[in-house]
Design a protein around this ligand. Structure first.
Ligand code: NDP
Ligand code: MG
Ligand code: MG
Length: 333
């Protein structure tokens, strides 16, 4: 069985007298920095000059400075800037200021696992990775809960890395929900697989394929939107509360029979074979290489496909419908 850690397994003592620098104040950065502060940790925020978020972080009561300044002052450095930018920022603005016995921390293993960041051997290297978006990490903490997280120790120079990592996890609220110990390899590979095949890639393509099928058959795009996109959340909430069994218990028997007999015709053996292929690309570093080169080339595929997909009918119809659903707090990019 895997090790799970909860509040009683972690002590904030390991962070006593230490300064944590959170580099970046985006999705994860704003959440982790504020949660740590509210948990009594001395936390500073590292940003680049001119960042829009500088003032926002100060208004939250945090001390803000440039990344090199924060790196100099910190004992523990949590790097929460976008993965594809971390290697350069690390090399130029963090590594020169690392001191023996400091700790480097991540919320995703990409740069360590694929060798883009190679820390010196005299620092601790660990990961605390919330399994949820940053806004949830903050909201749930304020409500008294936490987001389940992964913890991994890559390098334990001080002999204290695990205690520090657990204290960090407790500081962001993660031990309230459960912290699972893993490795950088497992976190990195499962995270990439999940977002590619199931969470982001898999589910958005499933929704669009369903929507397109109904619209091409002459049904109103609005009906297709409600059926394939809007209702998705209601179903996912049931998964979240009680797994597939609870979802099946809650829907009609007609829906359950359709699920039982038709689902396997949509996600076929061929789909599973393709999932294995994608996992192989991740494990062999092929995806990492592709994404690193895509960034060096200024993201031609990323930009073109994003723009193309924003023009899809489901996005236009959805925007109109959500504007009428006031309780949703509709977001527009
Ligand atoms: P965001 O894109 O939300 O964060 C961007 C932040 O990084 C901004 O504050 C930005 O500042 C800053 N930044 C960007 N470039 C630089 C730079 N060159 N120097 C200094 N600061 C810079 O990132 P995420 O929070 O999404 O991701 C952070 C880490 O967390 C990643 O490792 C990611 O994999 C991981 N993670 C993310 C999750 C999520 O929910 N998004 C979930 C779990 C893990 P500026 O205002 O100047 O633009
Ligand atoms: Mg990810
Ligand atoms: Mg129905």
């Amino acid at each position: 069985a895997v090790m799970m850690y909860y509040d009683q397994d972690a002590s904030m003592d390991a962070l006593q007298g230490k300064t944590v620098a959170v580099m970046g104040y985006g999705s994860q950065g704003h959440a982790q920095a504020q949660n740590l502060k509210d948990s009594g940790v001395k936390v500073i925020v590292g940003l680049r000059k001119g960042s829009k978020r500088w003032k926002e972080a100060e208004e939250a009561g945090l001390q803000v400075m440039t990344v090199p300044e924060a790196a100099k002052q910190a004992d523990i450095i949590q790097i929460l800037i976008p993965d594809e930018k971390q290697a350069d920022v690390y090399k130029n603005e963090i590594e020169p200021y690392l001191e023996e016995g400091n700790a480097l921390c991540f919320s995703h293993g990409f740069n360590i696992h694929f060798g883009q960041i190679q820390p010196p051997s005299n620092v601790d290297v660990f990961m605390v990775a919330p399994k949820g978006p940053g806004h949830l990490v903050r909201r749930v903490y304020v409500e008294g809960g936490g987001v389940p997280s992964l913890l991994a120790i890559e390098q334990d120079y001080t002999g204290n890395a695990k205690a520090i990592a657990l204290a960090y996890a407790k500081g962001i609220g993660a031990t309230r929900a459960g912290v699972l110990e893993t490795t950088f390899r497992e976190e990195t590979e499962t995270d990439l697989f999940g977002e590619q095949c199931v969470l982001c890639g898999g589910v958005s393509e499933l929704i669009r394929a369903g929507f397109d099928t109904l619209v091409e058959a002459g049904y109103a795009p609005e009906s297709a939107y409600f059926e394939c996109m809007h209702e998705m959340k209601l179903i996912v909430d049931l998964f979240y509360e009680g797994g597939i069994s609870w979802m099946r218990y809650s829907v009609s028997d007609t829906a359950q029979y359709g699920d039982l007999t038709r689902g396997r015709r949509i996600i076929t053996e061929e789909t599973r074979k393709e999932m294995k292929k994608i996992l192989g690309e991740i494990q062999r570093g092929e995806f990492a290489k592709e994404w690193i080169l895509e960034n060096k080339a200024n993201r031609p595929v990323f930009n073109m496909r994003t723009k193309q997909d924003e023009q899809h009918l489901i996005e236009k119809v959805g925007k109109q419908l959500r504007r009428m659903m006031k309780w949703i707090n509709a977001k527009e990019v």
